[in-house]
Design a protein. Structure first.
Length: 251
């Protein structure tokens, strides 16, 4: 079973990292949702990818320079389409209230590799504990020091280093940063790398897998998951492979 994670929600059909995108991902049949978390000026975990609000809202400036109340009033949808003008930057708490009763997995990326938000790790873990979904959440980051910190605070939550280029024996690096899985750029996962991860029992969830060719590659390898902007397409590819395998076994 390879799980399908919707990258920032169904981000090709809705403005990324908004409740509209997350709800669409659920309706699209995604197994999980990948999202990005930073801290507002007043220390509230909020869901947004860029360190600045310029690209995805009607204002400019750094996320950390806005209070949560100010961020919540920004238009986070019109850049994508005028029909989404009422979409706002959600807090992590608002999102967790929505997803907690749903049968979905979660990948929270801590966006603290450029701005080191003080207390981000603790605040995220507290919210996950409060909503009782720690056991179906993996925390990832390009800031691998942050992942080590997470594991020191909570020895049970699953973590995964994000990386974009080829590492030598990356399964050993995953162990070195006290993680249990890896979130590499999909282009770095050559067959001998996939084999190494499998031999060492390290789950792999590559990002951002948008072509049918690469989806098929990871499904056939039995990757733990893929992170994609196109959960519907991924589901179609996975179903087609399952049907082909079923027909083969019946012969």
């Amino acid at each position: 079973m390879t799980y399908i994670f919707a990258h920032r929600g169904s981000s090709k059909d809705c403005p990324e990292n908004t409740m509209a995108a997350f709800k669409k991902a659920f309706n699209d049949g995604a197994d999980g949702i990948e999202l990005d978390v930073q801290l507002s000026k007043d220390g509230v975990p909020v869901i947004i990818h860029d360190e600045k609000v310029d690209r995805t809202t009607n204002r400019k400036g750094y996320v950390v320079d806005y209070t949560y109340e100010e961020l919540a009033q920004l238009d986070a949808g019109s850049w994508f389409s005028k029909g989404f003008s009422k979409e706002a930057i959600p807090s992590l708490q608002l999102f967790l209230e929505w997803i907690a009763p749903l049968p979905m997995l979660l990948n929270i990326e801590l966006k603290n590799n450029i701005i080191e938000y003080n207390g981000l790790e603790e605040k995220v873990l507290q919210l996950l504990h409060h909503y009782g979904i720690m056991d179906r959440t993996v925390i990832s980051s390009f800031n691998h020091y942050s992942l080590v910190k997470i594991r020191k605070i909570n020895g049970y939550v699953q973590t995964a280093p994000l990386y974009s280029s080829g590492l030598f024996e990356p399964w050993e690096y995953v162990k070195a940063v006290c993680s249990q899985s890896a979130h590499p750029n999909y282009k770095s996962l050559h067959p001998y790398i996939m084999k190494g991860f499998k031999t060492n029992n390290i789950p792999v969830r590559p990002y951002t897998v948008n072509s049918q060719k690469w989806m098929k590659y990871f499904f056939e390898w039995g990757s733990e998951a893929i992170i994609t902007d196109y959960p519907i397409l991924a589901r179609d590819v996975l179903n087609s492979l399952s049907h082909s395998k079923s027909r083969f076994l019946q012969k």
